[in-house]
Design a protein around this ligand. Sequence first.
Ligand code: UDP
Ligand code: MG
Length: 320
Amino acid sequence: MLRKMEKISVVVPCYNEEEALPLFYEEMERVRKQDFEGIEFEYIFINDGSKDKTLAEIRELRNKDDKVRYVSFSRNFGKEAAMMAGLEAAEGDYITLMDADLQDPPSLLRKMYDTLKNEHFDCVGTRRVTRKGEPPIRSFFARVFYKLINKMSEVEMVDGARDYRLMTKQMVNSIISMKEYNRYSKGLFSFVGFDTKWIEYENIERVAGETKWSFWKLFKYAIEGITAFSTVPLILSSVIGLLFCLIAFVFIILIIIRTLAFGDPTSGWPSMVCIIFFVSGIQLFSLGIIGQYLSKTYLEVKHRPIYIVKETEKSKTEEK
Ligand code: UDP
Ligand code: MG
């Protein structure tokens, strides 16, 4: 009996990538023809509510190549949602996630595939060892973030890990079984376990278009990561509260002793004001932390869909 051909699904989230997309497709096809003889491929492009001609570009690719499949969202839902949609749509035995901007070099794929097969891993991920071409301040905060989150969370987050990875269908199934709304995939990939091998490479700058990540967006993403994978900040307010009670207790004793010994001269207005500001600041800060978790819980219990599909290659064919 003829063995079924193996299939690799290439999942590519795209948001305003009209310039990069044709370049990506060309390069990926070149690599496929060169390195992947006898292995079937499918491309799954997720149009994440792009405002430019990305969807038209994808449709065109579909028209000339049957391997191309796509999912188009009704609006921008973010890269996490796009990855989820792609993983759900993928039908291959092995599934890889790639950016459309060629920052995740397709030429690495063969090496990843060989490692996965020969060394029996469930996942081969990529890590960039340099952050060349990135503003230094951004790299600095990224480092701080990884230090912090690894202290606070049980799940290990690898510094410099990219979303570019090749996974077995089994691992992908376990990832899509997690239907949470606030998706922090670096954590999810790590949470599901399985054996992951890291391949290192130098950072590459995007071929065309520009990054969608502003500093503010990254900051919010970091908060997302912390609230999704750690409850340590919640304990923080209890610890600070307890500490303050102890300090207050010591002060009360000191003041009683002082009053008994020296009488009661009225003083300490400025220090009182400082204390009030300080303590109320801490209170608001703690309240804010609780608010963060509460808001995530709120969004989670609504059970809203992670993304909404407007068009796929199948719906398009039925229309005709
Ligand atoms: N992306 C997406 N939805 C978004 C933002 C980004 O699907 O809301 C895609 C984008 O098209 C690209 C990938 O996610 O393929 C990575 O984005 P980008 O290159 O801007 O991030 P960076 O590489 O700078 O971290
Ligand atoms: Mg990029």
